[in-house]
Design a protein around this ligand. Structure first.
Ligand SMILES: NC(=O)c1ccc[n+]([C@@H]2O[C@H](COP(=O)([O-])OP(=O)(O)OC[C@H]3O[C@@H](n4cnc5c(N)ncnc54)[C@H](O)[C@@H]3O)[C@@H](O)[C@H]2O)c1
Length: 483
């Protein structure tokens, strides 16, 4: 482990443990695993494969180099030097107590010991522990590598310093810790989910709808609202201009009507279990679990990338995390983009769609503008560059998951004009495309061209002077149809 590399230990490498492995590993942490199941390596490997094809797609920058992944036969070996230990063994209190004791016998005393438990309170987990103050609930959501939320539940025995340090570490791996104010069985989100599940089971048992119809009632409607505004912000809008008080006055009394069966759980007879399982087979049996996972991940990435534009909900978390990822280091020509090709950029031909070559080069232009001081503050002050012409040459295919690196050469920098040449290379550094782009400096207040500030002009000139000695790139100045 290098001095700068952080180490996490994952105890229990199932559905959730595997997701934690991916979350830490792809954020550059070394990860050690303790799971006696002989299938653990295969299972973690499958979760990792899904994570590698989806998580980097959320970002417009390269993620850190993956850390080192190791499997261990003894707990002592697994937890040595860890600063975060995440327990994700089956949901049984006696088992969790046993494992926590084993962990605490060997782990550094200042490591954070998070439990993925969906239901137990931290005080229950801490009961009889060697160092109660070390154990907290860090309840994630599946897939842990994509969904940012972690319900972080401290107890009265948890020092405030531990909560702060744990929250900071979770943010550093792109997560959104929600610190739960008071411990309660099943925390916040699972209480909501259980309420919906209980009501859903009644609706199916009573023959009101099938599993598919119930899912449709969520995903075609309020599920889309929930993903970006949650419950109360959407209800605020539902109240119209009169607002939340009006909404509550209008719909609150309905809660007292005898609609709900929430307090009542249907008996899990064989008949009910078969009814649900058969309907679920009819609904989704045509796809394997792996195929369903990949469909889920692709949809999540698409939704979260849309949220990234507005910074709403999970999109804000991605933006915050992306800002901490390093910018590419300049070489002879500045690297203006270094990222992975997301699945959503590929088309029916199985390679990157032509529009996304332009999207990537627009990202390169934006980054170059930042480098010369045309940054958010400069733009907010009413100045920017607008693209007036682009010429793209498509030279090679790039595929989902390929690295994409763009270098930017200044061909001309005079007055209002900035003339750039982007080279896009994919796997093995092979040139995949060039984009020649002409931009004009604008005064955003009058929406007309103008001269850049002295500072921006100077920085641009520095690049232009540095690049003046370089040969004119092959392919510069071409137009459509040229031989
Ligand atoms: N599945 C979910 O959607 C979900 C979501 C959030 C939290 N959780 C919580 O995460 C925890 C794990 O759930 P899961 O769904 O990943 O279960 P799982 O059955 O998929 O995985 C449990 C893993 O623990 C391993 N294990 C069993 N005994 C062990 C031991 N003594 N030492 C080390 N490893 C051991 C098993 O081999 C298995 O790989 C539970 O507490 C659960 O409540 C689950």
């Amino acid at each position: 482990m290098s001095a700068a590399t952080k180490k996490a230990t994952i105890v229990g490498g199932g559905v959730i443990g595997g997701g934690w492995v991916a979350r830490f590993l792809l954020n550059g942490w070394d990860v050690s695993i303790f799971d006696p199941d002989p299938q653990a390596k295969r299972k973690v490997g499958e979760v990792l494969a899904n994570a590698r094809r989806s998580l980097p797609s959320l970002y417009d920058k390269a993620m850190p180099t993956e850390g080192k992944l190791t499997f261990h036969d003894t707990m002592a070996e697994a937890v040595a030097g860890a600063i975060w230990i995440q327990e994700s063994v089956p949901e049984r209190l006696d088992l969790k107590h046993k494992i926590h004791r084993q962990i605490q016998n060997h782990a550094p005393a200042d490591a954070i010991l998070g439990s993925s438990t969906s239901g137990f309170k931290p005080s229950e987990l801490q009961d009889g522990a060697l160092r109660p103050e070390q154990i907290v609930v860090a309840h994630p959501f599946n897939p842990v590598y994509l969904l940012p939320l972690v319900e972080f539940v401290p107890s009265a025995a948890t020092p405030a310093e531990v909560t702060q340090r744990a929250s900071d570490l979770l943010v550093s791996v792109g997560m959104k810790p929600l610190v739960v104010r008071k411990e309660i069985d099943a925390h916040i989100a699972d209480r909501l989910l259980e309420a919906v599940w209980r009501e859903g089971l009644w609706l199916i048992k009573d023959g009101i709808c099938t599993t598919e119809e119930l899912d449709d009632s969520i995903r075609y409607g309020f599920g889309l609202r929930w993903a970006q505004m949650g419950l109360f912000e959407t209800y605020r809008i539902a109240g119209g201009e009169a607002g939340m008080k009006h909404f509550m006055a209008q719909f609150g009394p309905a809660l007292e009507w005898p609609w709900t069966k929430l307090m009542d759980v249907p008996e899990f007879t064989d008949e009910l279990v078969d009814l649900i399982a058969n309907q679920s087979d009819t609904q989704s049996g045509h796809m394997s679990i792996r195929e369903l996972e990949q469909l889920r991940d692709d949809n999540l990435v698409g939704i979260m990338r849309a949220l990234k534009k507005s910074g709403s909900g999970a999109g804000g978390t991605i933006n915050t995390h992306e800002a901490t990822l390093p910018n590419p280091a300049p070489v002879d020509l500045p690297i203006t983009v270094h990222r992975q090709v997301p699945q959503s950029w590929t088309d029916y031909n199985g390679h990157m769609n032509e529009a996304n070559y332009l999207e990537a080069s627009a990202q390169a232009t934006d980054r170059f503008m930042e480098m010369i001081g045309c940054d958010a503050a400069y733009i907010a002050a009413g100045n920017s560059y607008f693209t007036v012409e682009n010429h793209v040459r498509f030279l090679d295919e790039v595929h989902e998951g390929d690295p994409l690196i763009i270098t930017t050469q200044v061909l001309q920098a005079e007055g209002k004009k900035m003339h750039l040449f982007h080279r896009l290379s994919g796997a093995d550094g092979k040139l995949a495309a060039t984009v020649e782009t002409l931009l004009l400096h604008m005064d955003l207040n009058v929406r007309g061209t103008s001269l850049p500030s002295d500072e921006v002009a100077r920085k641009l000139r520095d690049f232009a002077d540095g690049h003046a000695a370089l040969p004119i790139p092959e392919g510069a100045g071409r137009y459509v149809g040229q031989k």
